[in-house]
Write a protein that binds this ligand. Sequence first.
Ligand code: FAD
Length: 499
Amino acid sequence: MSTEEFDVIVLGGGPGGSALASFVAMKGHRVLLLEEAKFPRHQIGESLLPATIHGVCAMLGLSQEIAEAGFPRKRGGTFRWGKSQEPWTFAFTKDPTDPYGYAYQVERDRFDEMLLRNAAKKGVDVREQHSATELLKEDGRVVGVRFRDEAGVERTARAKFVGDSSGFRSRVSGLVGERVFSRFFQNVALYGYYEGGKRLPSPNEGNILCAAFRDGWFWYIPLSDTLTSVGAVVSREAAEAMKDGHEAALNKFIEACPIIAEHLAPAQRVTTGKYGEIRVRKDYSYCNTRFWAPGVALVGDAACFIDPVFSSGVHLATYSALLAARSFNTRLRGELDDERVFQEYELRYRREFGNFYQFLMAFYDMNQDTDSYFWSARKIVSTEERDNEAFIRLVAGRSQVDEPAFYEGAEFFDQREGFGRWMEQTLNPEAVRSANPRASQPPRRVAGGFDATDFMAGFTSEIAQLQTQARLGERRGAESPLEHGGLVPSRDGLEWEVA
Ligand code: FAD
């Protein structure tokens, strides 16, 4: 059988793969996408962020189709979290007329299929039930893939670049670098679907509800007026309860979390059809030591994954897809060199991952239940991550350009002591004020000296740029490089240019 030739081969048709393939095909390049499953297929990760909807999906031309799909609108998150016993709400925007201040809760089988079919419309050669089995290499460079087609026949295809977006099960990530795990976020998720659960009061009925309890936390995601995705995120130790069966374990966790038990009081678990199963995912967080090697780049979960509490997975997958597409497109135009464009890719993706890592660490630190194994192991002052130099090396620094690229593990955490308290004051000031009426505004720096205000400005800047890119396109203002001598997006946002 002859070997086919492409500019880019993309492995995996999740949001990362579909977005990557589309952005490359939009520049007129020949793209093959290999997807192991037949879509629609189940995936977890239903709660999205505005940057995905109003940034990447808008750039992909999907805004209208998604708006017409009937997904519940998510205005933000409602949390039973931190010191406050009462649920409190974080809204994406304070301005109710902001046309970009919302996201959606999506059934991932439907959402992912929209992205995949859209890739085919953009000219990508999409092949489902095609499983990549091996990378082809020549002189140390990846030059194509070996794969099995839907009939089980082994084939090969060659390309100038391969994008691996085959998710957390990626077999390519180990060839590019090493997957290093976080010790802070070593969680296991157990989830199922319910009909007839209660909704939060309007206007927050479409919000995700996240509730901390002794053994971990719950997500409660409305997927329609009546269907709800419910998942418990617990420690490995608490997951032991699963040996009595998934249903018994999930019920036990629900009983231990009053707000979730109350919301589910009128509900029935779905026991048939696509949502009939209780599923388990180890969502251990990780980051690869390298995101690219000659001829190949890792995108989305194939490169890194961080705890799901702030719904960042699909954002990171689709944002990294756009960054990687810029690198591929620039090289396919014959400009710059691999080192320059893929270093830019890795810098920006690692920075976004590191920002979410730090944000989430502070978010977990808001819960200070000293009687709980789960929460006491996840305090900034005592986390086992302090000794996890290999992981800290991958995520530390880089939220601001002038931050050092590497801290020693303990130093990194010492600097962030009090970050959880700062986060609570920032996100839920009313609760902090009602507990202590003399509480002041959150200070600029936290107790350990870390500049939390600067961090938050850096955290939101890239997300804002993404939405500005989608909204204004070529009319937007010039961007500055992240680092001195770094690259900036081209006017259409699909390639890199020297600043
Ligand atoms: P995937 O969506 O995993 O897609 C990878 C694709 O590659 C799959 O379709 C797979 O079939 C295919 N594939 C695999 N191997 C091969 C192969 N060899 N050849 C060809 N194809 C292959 N994110 C959110 O945004 N919001 C949430 O609320 C959220 N909740 C989560 C809860 C839990 C418990 C977990 C674990 C994750 C959650 N996430 C959430 C994260 C989200 O699921 C992922 O980050 C997101 O799906 C990553 O997209 P991706 O395209 O990188 O990978």
